[in-house]
Design a protein around this ligand. Structure first.
Ligand code: FMN
Length: 318
């Protein structure tokens, strides 16, 4: 892999075209510092943080590495403008926006010298993001953990469709947990990958150990995209998920679903380890995740598999 030839490595100043997806409750300064130190791009999940906590995690990541890292800002939360100010004060100049209209903040961010990547789950959103002036889009398919699009477009379909629709670099996300999957994404026209779920089980993640155990035990079919009426999210099946399904059977209204979801479910599940009442976000790849390991090992393994996949394909000579 030659980073000089990769537009995302050049844009972000990283060694490998691997972005660790920003994850609320999971990606704090410890994980982010470890990923960036290992040559990927660590991304702080600011969606779950107060402003003071964000500052703390930026400083923590910086104490681990002097390599670049980013902050993910889900724009559905109201503190976006304040978060941008904190990033500027702390000298973090790469922002990954999601869950909101890219036109709202991108022009201002570009004026202030930020590198902006925006997460999309449809071609329509990708075109809108490119028109608003982002530097790259992250196309996140249906397999992904966390919040996702209603369209249910898989990474295999979304990636080439977005590549065809925009003329800025495209990063593929969703269902990528091996170098083979990374090679597939690159073959489809992406220039880098964003990986989330795999890093839940990194030694440095802030996920509660009980949540990580559930992820490592998960099998095929154990996650499902649900709550489409509110904000579609892929969840691990647990008693809370079953409660949601029960509500659907009883034809719950949107307000009833909102009430059932309540506040603080994600924190309860992923940070506090309440496996019954909490929301447990993870992607389909959990069926392939079997053990915890340091973030640096995850990156090393993915890159080794990526290189051996390319060799295997070349060896087939077709
Ligand atoms: C536990 C968890 C929390 C997440 N939180 C966020 C978030 O706060 N903001 C965001 O843009 N994406 C979030 N995501 C999505 C990831 O950044 C990433 O795009 C996704 O996990 C990639 O798919 P994968 O899980 O198949 O690797 C989250 C994903 C997970 C698994």
């Amino acid at each position: 892999m030659n980073k000089e030839n990769n537009p995302i490595c050049k844009l972000l100043g990283i060694e490998y075209p691997i972005i660790q997806g920003g994850m609320a409750w999971v990606s704090g300064g410890g994980l982010v510092g470890a990923v960036s130190a290992a040559g990927g791009l660590g991304v702080i999940g600011s969606g779950s943080m107060t402003s003071e906590l964000l500052r703390h995690h930026i400083r923590k990541a910086r104490s681990i590495t002097d390599r670049p890292f980013a902050v993910n800002v889900p724009m559905m939360y109201h503190r976006t403008a304040e978060t941008i100010d904190i990033m500027e004060e702390e000298g973090v100049k790469i922002i990954i926006t999601s869950a909101g209209n890219p036109a709202t903040f991108t022009p201002e961010l570009k004026k202030r010298g930020f590198t902006v990547l925006h997460v999309v789950s449809s071609v329509r959103q990708a075109v809108k993001a490119a028109q608003s002036g982002v530097d790259a889009v992250i196309a996140e398919g249906f397999e992904a953990g966390g919040h996702n699009g209603k369209q249910e477009t898989t990474t295999m379909v979304l990636t080439p469709a977005v590549v065809a629709a925009v003329d800025i670099p495209v990063v593929a996300a969703g269902g990528i947990a091996s170098g083979g999957a990374m090679a597939a994404a690159i073959a489809l026209g992406a220039v880098a990958v964003q990986i989330g779920s795999l890093f839940i089980a990194a030694d440095e993640s802030s996920a509660h150990p009980a949540f990580v155990e559930e992820v490592l035990k998960a099998d095929e079919g154990d996650t499902m995209l649900t709550l489409k009426e509110l904000s579609p999210v892929r969840l691990l099946k647990n008693p809370f998920y079953e409660q949601v399904q029960e509500a659907y059977k009883n034809h719950a209204t949107v307000d009833e679903l909102k009430e059932l979801l309540g506040k603080g479910r994600a924190r309860e599940g992923m940070l506090c380890g309440n496996l019954d009442k909490g929301e447990l976000e993870v992607g389909q790849v959990c069926m392939m995740m079997k053990k915890r390991m340091p973030a640096s090992e995850i990156i090393k393994e993915v890159i080794e598999q990526y290189n051996s996949t390319l060799e295997r394909i070349k060896g087939m000579g077709i």
